[in-house]
Design a protein around this ligand. Structure first.
Ligand SMILES: [Fe+2]
Length: 240
């Protein structure tokens, strides 16, 4: 359940941002409009109900994950850009693809919060119950991993191999699929990633993504992920 005050603040934030004014949320939760700023990144809507992924991902986790964690990445990304005017007007992808070239004073903030915003914006779209792998996805998985069973095994192994917080991904490079993982909020689009590529599938293995329901049982969360993976979305990314 969203508490009344939180809902009010969220709506207020959304309203102010939609008017084209960047906002900050202070530690006390008060909104401060920043004069002279005409654009800021926004928290995208989840696109479905918090309980839409039950019983595999619980409503409370989804609400906190989207309304608190993702919002914090967006807010802190906007704060970092405020500190470094040369970054204003850049797209999110332009920002995260050039971490090495980002002024040092905000490099860590852009990496963590820009990455956090990009990763979660993609992740919400990758979640939907009751979808099945489609033609192009199946062909690509069979060609690269021999079978769906083997692919799932390799992906789960990668997700389990993330030490601490991070993500496991499937990326495409010149038609070839690979499974990789990244620490924290890094992603395969970043110039600092050890392996780059276009992400087509991802799982968030930060504890905030599963701890309320699964506690320390990451393996159970990861194996249940197949019940909520939006294969329809994966198909559009494989094709693209
Ligand atoms: Fe997350």
């Amino acid at each position: 359940m969203i508490m009344k005050n939180e809902r009010r603040d969220f709506l207020k934030t959304a309203a102010i941002i939609s008017l084209g004014t960047a906002t900050h949320i202070s530690k006390a939760g008060n909104l401060l409009a920043v004069e002279g700023v005409t654009s800021a990144f926004e928290l995208p809507p989840l696109g479905y109900a918090f309980d839409a992924l039950e019983p595999y991902i619980d409503a409370q986790t989804m609400q906190i994950h989207h309304d608190k964690h993702h919002l914090a990445y967006v807010t802190k990304l906007n704060e970092a850009i405020e500190k470094e005017p040369s970054l204003k007007g850049k797209t999110l992808e332009e920002l995260i693809k050039n971490i090495n070239g980002t002024p040092e004073s905000v490099r860590g903030a852009i990496r963590n919060h820009g990455g956090g915003h990009w990763n979660h914006s993609m992740f919400w779209q990758l979640l939907k119950k009751d979808t099945k792998p489609q033609e192009k996805t199946l062909a690509a998985i069979n060609a690269n991993f021999d079978s769906m069973e083997n692919f799932k095994k390799e992906f789960e192994k990668s997700a389990m191999g993330v030490f601490g917080s991070g993500w496991a991904w499937v990326v495409v490079n010149n038609g070839k699929l690979s499974i990789i993982n990244t620490p924290n909020q890094d992603n395969p689009l970043m110039d600092i990633a050890t392996k780059q590529g276009k992400p087509i599938l991802a799982i968030d293995v930060w504890e905030h993504a599963y701890y309320l329901k699964y506690q320390n049982k990451r393996a159970e969360y990861v194996s249940n992920f197949w019940n909520v993976l939006n294969w329809d979305k994966v198909e559009t990314l494989v094709k693209g």
